[in-house]
Design a protein around this ligand. Structure first.
Ligand code: CAA
Ligand code: NAI
Length: 246
C-alpha cells in the first residue's frame, strides 16, 4: 500500500480528475477526505465508495470561501488528527475572448482557482509543519504553461499556481513538506465537454500521443507525487499532457 496510514484531502473530489484520485488513493490505503462544493454529488460518491472502502468521507466545502475552508479543515483535523496530503484539485472555467470577458467572469475564476488554492493550503499547512511532514499537490494546466485562446482568467490562475508551487517548495522544504504541481493536458471530464467540438478535435490532433487524457492519467501522477517514492521531488511541475505542443 503506497499510502497506508496517510490522510489525504482532495478538493473537487466529487467528479472528474478529483474523483479518479479519490478512488486511486483509497486503493492505496489512504483515508480520503472529499472536499467539494457539490453537496449532491459528494453525498452520492461517499455512499458509493463506502461500499468498497472503509475510509472515505465527504465534507461540503467552497474553496473560495475562506471561513468555510477554515471550518472544514478544523473539523477534519478534529476527526482525523492530521492531514498528510493536500491535493488542490478543485477548479472551474468561465471562458471568453479577452474582448468579451467581463470583470465578474475574471474574478470568479480567480477566486476559485487561485484564491481557493491559497485558502486551502494556508489552512492545512500549520498542522503539516507541526508534524514535520506533508505533501501538497497543486493542479495547474497546459493552459497555464502555454496559454490558451479564450482563457485569460483561467490561464492566469494556472500560471500563478506554478509560481506559488515553487515559492511554497522553497519556504516549506526545510519543514519536511514537498510541494509540486501537475499540469494536465485536455482530459475527458465535464470541463472539456463544455468546449466547442471543433476546438476539442483540433486540440486532440496536436497531442503527440494522439488521444485526450482520461482522469486516471492525472490521478496516477497525483498518486506518485503524494507517495514517498517522490520524496526527493519538490518545486516540480509534472506535465501530464500526452506531449501536447512539443
Ligand atoms: N484554440 C484555438 N482556437 C480557438 C480556441 C482554442 N482553444 N478556442 C476558440 N478558438 C477559435 C475558434 O475556432 C474561432 O475560430 P474562427 O474564427 O476561425 O472560427 C475563434 O477562436 C473564435 O471562437 P468563437 O467563434 O467560438 O468565439 P466565441 O466568442 O463565440 O467563443 C470561446 C469564444 C468561449 C473562447 C469559445 O471558442 C470556447 O469555448 N473555446 C474553447 C476554449 C478552451 O479551449 N477552453 C478549454 C476548456 S477545458 C480546460 O480549461 C481544461 C484545461 O486546463 C485545458
Ligand atoms: P470537473 O468539473 O469534472 O471537477 C471539478 C470539481 O471541482 C467538481 O466536483 C466541482 O464541484 C468542484 N468544485 C468547483 N468549484 C469548487 C469550489 N469553489 N469549491 C470546491 N469544489 C469545487 O473538472 P476536472 O476536469 O476534473 O478538473 C479538475 C482540475 O483539473 C481543475 O483544477 C482543472 O482546472 C484541472 N485541469 C483539468 C483539465 C481537463 O482537461 N479536464 C486540464 C488541465 C487542468
Amino acid at each position: 500500500m503506497r499510502l497506508g496510514n496517510k490522510v489525504a484531502l482532495i478538493t473537487g473530489g466529487a467528479s472528474g480528475i478529483g474523483l479518479a484520485a479519490v478512488k486511486r488513493f483509497a486503493q492505496e490505503g489512504a483515508t480520503v477526505i472529499i472536499a467539494d462544493y457539490n453537496l449532491e454529488a459528494g453525498n452520492k460518491i461517499q455512499a458509493e465508495l463506502l461500499e468498497k472502502y472503509n475510509h472515505i468521507s465527504f465534507y461540503q466545502m467552497n474553496v473560495a470561501d475562506r471561513e468555510c475552508v477554515n471550518n472544514v479543515i478544523s473539523n477534519v483535523l478534529n476527526e482525523y488528527k492530521k492531514i498528510d496530503i493536500l491535493v488542490n484539485n478543485a477548479g472551474i472555467t468561465n471562458d471568453a475572448m479577452l474582448t468579451k470577458m467581463t470583470s465578474e467572469q475574471f474574478d470568479q475564476v480567480i477566486n476559485v482557482n487561485l484564491k481557493g488554492v491559497f485558502n486551502c493550503t494556508q489552512a492545512v499547512i500549520p498542522s503539516m509543519i507541526a508534524q514535520g511532514y506533508g505533501k501538497i499537490i497543486n493542479t495547474s494546466s497546459v493552459s497555464g504553461v502555454y496559454g490558451n485562446v479564450g482563457q485569460t482568467n483561467y490561464a492566469a490562475t494556472k500560471a500563478a499556481i506554478i509560481g506559488m508551487t515553487k515559492t511554497w517548495a522553497k519556504e516549506l522544504g526545510r519543514k519536511g513538506i514537498n510541494v509540486n504541481a501537475v499540469a494536465p493536458g485536455f482530459t475527458r471530464t465535464s470541463m472539456v465537454e463544455k468546449m466547442p467540438e471543433k476546438v476539442l478535435e483540433k486540440m486532440e490532433s496536436i497531442v503527440t500521443l494522439q488521444r485526450l487524457g482520461v482522469p486516471e492519467d492525472i490521478a496516477n501522477a497525483y498518486l506518485f507525487l503524494a507517495s514517498d517514492e517522490a520524496s526527493y521531488i519538490t518545486g516540480h511541475v509534472l506535465q501530464v499532457d500526452g506531449g501536447i505542443m512539443m
